[in-house]
Ligand binder design. Structure first.
Ligand code: ICS
Length: 477
């Protein structure tokens, strides 16, 4: 058993920093105790010299929001690296023939070189768009996702987009998501939301709008999550007209102003568009959580309460239908996982949204934190956590390492940058961004997989089978 988190532990961990950095970082870490309130600094820039796990605006806009929209080509505009290294790692799945119906698995870049930086890249951008349209005639539109140099040299991608939209006859959306904007990927989400608002939303009308039409917002179909979520909503009798943006289509986004309710899973990345649609089109929005049967059940009831008795009845039927399956999963895994302690560190939603799923398995989240969450995310997190737990914002490599080594959880859930560090240190680990090449974790389809994966990480016999070379008895040669 490791240490219980307390103020002196945090002080000791921060004591290695220079005075100024120590003071700044202390405001980002809270130990929740009886009667304590959620006073945590968030969404401010990292301290230079301390290793952050954050990404950039381009990551938030191209990688997170635009990338999963499958029938558009998302052009990484600038040098080749940003596009190449953001290619495929997020596992936002799509259906459809690649290169015809879905461009998500592909990578498009304008591949800036020195002469583009010196003379400007607008001409090249036109050429790339023309070429891509010719090679992939079924494409439904383009987003031009700017990388840092495009903003630095002052290229006018807006006017290129306007001109080429007329020539190529598909929507072309300039997205000013240069990586240097803001302090994390979070601003990239906002920039991307604004670009959707300005260039797609409300641009098409469907003539078959119905009373049960909804949008599923902030589900990016990581490992098939959106399909699992959609299944529940459809079984409840709702009509999911579009998903933002997992396995999504341009047409769906354009006609999204006609739905009756916006259901938002990832609040962090898409609350902006929900607020806009509420103000402009009067569409109400509701946050929900499809991780683990307890939260799913609560969410189904909350969603159904927005509609009539038919949907409410069907909602109850869905809960009843899956109850035995969920029971079976819990009966199988809970005895193996009961009392296991978890520490999480992920982006902007999952550090709070997955807590209920762990608790369904009898596990306890003893530490959690976000790379780029805002104050409103922490307000939503604090009530979910028990006393004697720790909450950290934009944790540095040093802090996270220290907290985990001292508190010694039975499982760490974080990202690829953390994975091998903690696995090598002997901590069972699951990647909570990409689901570690597994998934889905959302919905009733996801929970059995979630339970199996956590069990696999914690109870795998691997560590007892391997022996460190220096512990082996000398072999006789
Ligand atoms: Fe939302 Mo990685 Fe989502 Fe969240 Fe967001 Fe990112 Fe991923 Fe993580 C995301 S949109 S990419 S739920 S799918 S930027 S796992 S906040 S950091 S916790």
């Amino acid at each position: 058993m490791g240490e219980k988190p307390n103020a002196s532990m945090v002080e000791e961990v921060l004591s290695v920093y220079p005075e100024k950095a120590r003071k700044l970082r202390a405001k980002h870490i809270v130990v929740k105790e009886e009667g304590s309130t959620c006073a945590i600094k968030a969404n401010i820039k990292c301290v230079p010299g301390l290793m952050t796990a954050r990404g950039c605006a381009y990551a938030g806009a191209k990688g997170v929001v635009w990338g999963p929209l499958k029938d558009m080509i998302h052009l990484s505009h600038g040098p080749v690296g940003c596009g190449y290294y953001s290619w495929g790692g997020r596992r936002n799945l799509t259906k459809g023939v690649v290169g015809v119906e879905s461009f998500t698995p592909m990578q498009f870049t304008s591949d800036f070189s020195e002469s583009d930086i010196v003379y400007g890249g607008d001409k090249k951008l036109e050429k790339v768009l023309r070429e891509a349209r010719e090679l992939f005639p079924s494409v439904q539109g383009f987003s031009i996702c700017s990388e840092c140099p495009v903003g630095l040299i002052g290229d006018d991608i807006e006017s290129v987009a306007k001109k080429m939209m007329k020539e190529l006859d598909v929507p072309i959306v300039p997205v000013r998501c240069e990586g240097f904007r803001g302090i994390s990927q979070s601003l990239g989400h906002h920039i991307a939301n604004d670009a959707v608002r300005d260039h797609l939303l409300g641009k098409r009308e469907r003539d078959d709008a119905g009373p049960y039409d909804i949008s599923l917002i902030g589900d990016y179909n990581i490992g098939g999550d959106a399909w699992a979520s959609k299944k529940i909503l459809e079984e409840m009798g709702l009509r999911v007209r579009n998903v933002w943006t997992g396995d999504g289509t341009v047409e769906g986004m354009m006609a999204a102003h006609q739905v009756k309710l916006n259901l938002i899973h990832c609040y962090r990345s898409m609350n902006y568009i929900c607020r806009h649609m509420e103000e402009t089109y009067g569409i109400p929005w509701l946050e929900f959580n499809f991780f683990g049967p307890t939260k799913i059940k609560e969410s189904i009831r909350k969603i159904a309460a927005q509609f009539d008795e038919t949907i409410q009845r069907k909602g109850e039927e869905v809960i009843a239908k899956y109850e035995p399956l969920m029971r079976k999963v819990i009966d199988e895994y809970r005895p193996r996982l009961e009392g296991k302690r978890v520490m999480l560190y992920v982006g902007g939603l999952r550090p709070r949204h997955t807590i209920g799923a762990y608790e369904d398995l009898g596990m306890e989240v003893i530490g959690t934190g976000y790379e780029f969450a805002h104050k409103d995310d922490y307000d939503r997190t604090f009530p979910q956590m028990n006393n004697e737990t720790i909450i950290y914002d934009d944790a540095t490599e040093h802090e996270l390492g220290e907290f985990i080594h001292r508190m010694r959880p039975d499982l760490v859930g974080s990202g690829i940058k953390e994975k091998y560090v903690f696995e090598k240190a002997g901590f069972p680990f699951r990647q909570m961004h990409s689901w570690d090449y597994s998934g889905p974790y959302h919905g009733y389809d996801g929970f059995p997989i979630f339970a199996r994966d956590m069990d696999m990480a914690i109870n795998s016999p691997t560590r007892t089978l391997a022996k460190a070379p220096w512990k082996k008895e000398k072999e006789v040669r």
